[in-house]
Design a protein around this ligand. Structure first.
Ligand code: ATP
Length: 247
């Protein structure tokens, strides 16, 4: 029997000004599982992530986190429950030191600096440095360390690689993998570096024009580049989708 997924999204629709850009989207993320949400520019990946973490409203569908319907909760409430959304250097304050970012905490509670330094030892010698003086890669490391220090059960990561050299992304993504495995957390990530995402991922989903057109194991996707190429080139859900939402 398959274990209950940590995150279960059913028939989600989300968009702007009353117009959905994502429709009828269903997906699951299980404990210890890393799922890569892929797709061309404008496919609706960030919209999907924001709707799941409640940063924008869902127009239809349900979002269940650890068996609880969170579809109408506020983002702060969802984050407190352990569904943490990390996106492009959000929450980095240039005037604060690295350490102060953890003392700043989460709803008045300090974050676990030990967890942060365990995953990112390179941050420890920088603990008193102001975040504004960190490199782009170090800032992203700080953002990810802060997200992990909240010990999320589900981590949502939007474009860790934005503006960073691939070599930095090659260092950061395996940490996400390690956290998922160590903590049996679920990870849903959007990443432009497809091959890197599939290296650390268990499963890949391809979104095209708001529809899920492919769902496969990361291993199968790595082995058959054509599979991804054809889904990116806009094959419809009927022709490209290989499997239903996995359990
Ligand atoms: N705030 C907004 N207001 C109106 N339309 C938006 C807004 N944000 C995104 N869109 C539109 O919604 C569609 C999906 O955007 P989204 O950012 O979700 O795509 P994406 O797959 O994450 O793209 P990318 O890979 O380029 O970041 C696009 O057509 C985009 O122009």
């Amino acid at each position: 029997m398959t274990a209950q997924p940590l995150l279960q999204v059913d028939a989600l629709a989300a968009g702007y000004f009353g117009m959905p850009v994502v429709r009828g989207l269903s997906l699951t993320v299980g404990a210890g599982e890393v799922v890569a949400l892929l797709g061309p520019n404008g496919a609706g990946k960030s919209t999907t992530l924001r709707a799941i973490s409640r940063l924008q409203p869902a127009m239809a569908g349900t979002i269940r986190f650890r068996d609880e319907d969170i579809t109408s909760l506020k983002p702060q409430a969802v984050a407190r429950k352990g569904l943490v959304h990390m996106s492009d250097r959000r929450g980095i304050f240039h005037g604060l030191s690295v350490e102060e970012h953890f003392r700043l905490g989460d709803g008045g509670k300090s974050l676990d600096l030990g967890t942060a330094f365990a995953y990112f030892p390179a941050l420890e010698p920088l603990r008193h440095r102001r975040a504004g003086l960190l490199s782009g890669g170090e800032q992203q490391m700080l953002g990810l360390a802060r997200a992990l220090a909240r010990r999320p059960s589900v981590l949502i990561v939007d474009e860790l690689s934005l503006g960073l050299a691939p070599v930095i992304v090659e260092q950061l993504l395996p940490v996400v993998r390690r956290y998922a495995t160590d903590s049996q957390a679920g990870v849903l990530l959007v990443e432009q570096h497809i091959h890197l995402a599939l290296e650390i991922g268990d499963r890949g989903l391809v979104l095209s024009h708001g529809d899920l057109v492919l769902e496969e194991s990361a291993e199968a996707m790595r082995a058959d580049r054509q599979l991804i190429m054809s889904s990116y080139l806009g094959e419809g859900p009927q022709s490209g989708k290989r499997s239903a939402a996995a359990g």
